[in-house]
Design a binder for this molecule. Structure first.
Ligand code: NIG
Ligand code: FE
Length: 391
């Protein structure tokens, strides 16, 4: 029989359960307790009503919330791009071209080096509260290098995304059509068994709308579900395409027309905002307020990668979203938990309700608001993943 644990004396519990009685979507319960049974949440409610269990943890008047769901990262890579970052901070602008530097370093790395790198950044993320993460290929751009990136990623997460269409490979620079044929043909055949999702960077300097449609449609035919890097550096067709193809998520969404916002609001496609990218590229912030006011479901994720957003910290992204993207602390915490789960079309994570996976964080603070109120402070002081305390 699995053992049960009660965490009591929680000042603020974030459940993300709209039926909790709290009027905010966070489903807040004050003076709360959570019971974990095996790998699941068994009960939540007021501390004084908590049922008896085998083990007891005293939260000491601190906050508990669902583990963060980081629904967008690029963690299978080698090397870094410090010089490129330095140049940007002296006035250069970000372009998709820098991806080639990481492609060269990733191809040259051994499997063991790539896996050690991935494990290192995952450890960072876990200590900052990430209990589910999605990650992509996209720095291989050959059949073998893309497939091995996905094989390595799949040892660490179920949320694996094939991004052979990150940029046109250097070998096909003069013949992009041949590269699209490879991505939708032999490379897709080799990669599909290792992935759940297919992604494309739909942007000037990467893939246009027609190419992106062909790539995502081919992936769908192989059983992969679409998500898209859309409207990051300029206005373009990515968001409309995401909605047309019922993509789980349109990611970045920095440059949106009113028609793009309307299309998202009338769809099941989540807008995933990645403020680490705007921070690290000194770019204009996505307008989260406009999306939220239109009724779009918004997720917040790190986009952790060595080029445009070298942070594994969801708390940092929450603080940026509140300070610079005009989200309230409640909205940002919802988007980093339940929003990320929606962007992965998951209902078993991102919430603390009976039956959900017992992924939860103990903050060294009395409420979740402190994540934005005390930026840069390592507030995550306990992490449970599938019922097991890992931090
Ligand atoms: O999401 N935009 C495309 N891909 C990444 C950046 C990759 C890189 O610069 O290495 C992103 O920002
Ligand atoms: Fe990305």
């Amino acid at each position: 029989m699995s053992s049960s644990t009660v965490i009591t004396n929680i000042a603020t519990l974030v459940t993300n359960d709209p039926s909790s009685g709290d009027t905010s979507p966070l489903g807040l319960i004050q003076d709360a307790a959570v019971v974990i049974d095996g790998d699941r949440v068994a009960w939540t409610g007021e501390s004084r009503k908590a049922p008896a269990t085998d083990n007891r943890v005293d939260a000491g008047g601190r906050a508990v919330l669902p583990g963060f769901v980081d629904s967008h990262s690029h963690l299978v890579f080698a090397g870094d791009r410090t010089q490129e970052f330095n140049a940007r901070m002296s006035g250069r602008s970000y372009t998709a071209g820098g991806i080639r530097t990481t492609v060269a370093a990733t191809r040259a790395a051994s499997d063991a080096e790539l896996e050690a790198n991935l494990t290192h950044y995952l450890g960072e993320a876990l200590r900052q509260g990430t209990t589910t993460f999605e990650t992509k290929s996209g720095y291989g751009l050959t059949v073998e290098d893309e497939a091995r990136a996905l094989r390595i990623a799949a040892r660490h997460t179920d949320e694996v995304t094939y991004l052979g269409a990150h940029i046109v490979s250097p070998e096909h620079a003069d013949d992009p059509a041949a590269y699209v044929a490879l991505v939708t043909g032999e490379m897709l055949d080799a990669c599909a068994p290792h992935a759940r999702w297919i992604d494309v960077f739909c942007e000037k300097g990467a893939f246009d709308g027609d190419q992106a449609r062909a790539i995502l449609t081919a992936g769908k035919a192989k059983g992969l579900h679409p998500r898209i890097h859309a409207n990051q550096l300029s206005y373009g067709p990515g968001v409309q395409l995401a909605v047309e193809l019922d993509a789980a998520s349109a990611d970045h969404c920095t440059h949106l027309t009113d028609a793009d916002v309307d299309a998202l609001a009338n769809s099941d496609t989540v807008a995933t905002l990645l403020p680490g990218a705007e921070f690290s590229t000194r770019a204009e912030w996505p307008d989260a307020r406009r999306l939220l006011d239109a009724g779009v479901t918004v997720a917040l994720s790190t986009d952790c990668n060595p080029g445009s957003s070298f942070t594994s910290s969801v708390p940092f992204c929450v603080a940026l979203a509140v300070r610079d993207m005009r989200m309230t602390p409640d909205e940002a915490v919802w988007s980093a938990t339940a929003g990320g789960a929606a962007a992965l079309r998951r209902t078993d994570i991102g919430r603390l309700t009976p039956g959900a996976r017992a992924d939860l964080l103990l903050l060294d603070a009395p409420s979740h608001v402190h994540l934005a109120y005390r930026p840069g402070v390592p507030l995550v002081s306990g992490v449970w993943r599938a019922g097991v305390r890992v931090v």
